[in-house]
Design a protein around this ligand. Sequence first.
Ligand SMILES: Nc1ncnc2c1ncn2[C@@H]1O[C@H](COP(=O)(O)OP(=O)(O)O)[C@@H](O)[C@H]1O
Ligand SMILES: O=P(O)(O)OC[C@H]1O[C@](O)(COP(=O)(O)O)[C@@H](O)[C@@H]1O
Length: 380
Amino acid sequence: MSIGILTSGGDAPGMNAAVRAAFRCLKMRDPDCEIVFFRDGFRGLARRLDSSSDRNVDRRAVRDIIHRGGTFIGTGRVPELLLPPEGHASYAERVAARDDFLKVAAINLYQMRVDNLIVIGGDGSFRGARIIGEAFRQHFPRRPFRVIGIPGTIDNDLHGTEYSIGYDTALNNVVDAIRKLRDTIESHRRAIILEVMGNTSGWLALQSAIAGGAAVVAIPEVEETWDHDRIVRSLDAGVRRDYRYFIIVVAEGVRRRAGEDWCEGLKHKLESDRAIESHLGHPMEVRINSVGHIARGGSPTALDNTLAGLLGSGAADVAQIGGLDGQPAAEGDVMVGCRGPRTILTSLDEVIDCSPRLVTRDSELYQLSQRLMLSAEQPF
Ligand SMILES: Nc1ncnc2c1ncn2[C@@H]1O[C@H](COP(=O)(O)OP(=O)(O)O)[C@@H](O)[C@H]1O
Ligand SMILES: O=P(O)(O)OC[C@H]1O[C@](O)(COP(=O)(O)O)[C@@H](O)[C@@H]1O
């Protein structure tokens, strides 16, 4: 039997180290075990296998990759697995296309004798992997097959793990961008609105704003953070206290929820606010920037690579001995996560049901942000 590995969804720095760790730990326990890399996410499962997968890879395949960002086996998003709402005009056609995709994937996995599929990605990828597992078991009920998830997403929004691979690197990249922007906005006494990835969840925006010393943060989950007037009042309080410049970090999902022109609207309000103008002696100047995909790029941090090593090793344990080393065997599809420096297993169903894990007003990081950032109410 063989073990398949793929990376899926948004690439996240440290995915390479996770593939390498899984490979090394699998081979360490059983040098004869066959490992297959599927290329470009789920796409690699349902194409001509000679061009979309690497069979029986040897150790040269994972050399010289631990320091590289991205994912050397490729990732992707596969729309065939997503269905429109029931009743949509193309629903039946899309179900048929999805079934075809799943059937080809199941046959390919069967022919390659894959009994464990390690999927490194986020909750979307785990939803996809779950239906691939279901299709496999439906077509080949007598063959054992298990999905083992490894959390890899810069959004860090998965239930069942404290951290996902890629988050720490993205966080450092964003904080680095904030520090660079400080130089120019301080020189010009400006405010900057900096958009950061995070369409559904605001963890990256929130934590980078805290670590980067931003004045204000806006995240999709907490509506009061979108309030332009509240932000204007906070910056006015800062202007009165002779702050030279302001950093406003906003998660991309705020535009989706509060309106596409959210950043431009805020810029206009700040630039035309009379109270700020009278304290400054001139209108405030605001610039809008986006960290964009740069947040996902570059070498993984030591922390991300360590986490990747830990989780890759845990996935190898599950594939070969049925559970984490020294712990009881686990049934069914699972995800390997971390709690502190320890690996933990959670059923994939539970991970999917409870993800994305969102920021709430009670989250410690959110509460901390409210204590550390600028506000109209601050008494000093
Ligand atoms: N609800 C879903 N059902 C089935 N497959 C899904 C679902 N959501 C996502 N996927 C599959 O997983 C891929 C990656 O999902 P995505 O949400 O983009 O990334 P991530 O895994 O990082 O959350 C999608 O392109 C799709 O093929
Ligand atoms: O431009 P892309 O590749 O579609 O990705 C954008 C999305 O990918 C992410 O960086 C990571 O998301 P996933 O890991 O869930 O795929 C999000 O923060 C962002 O919304």
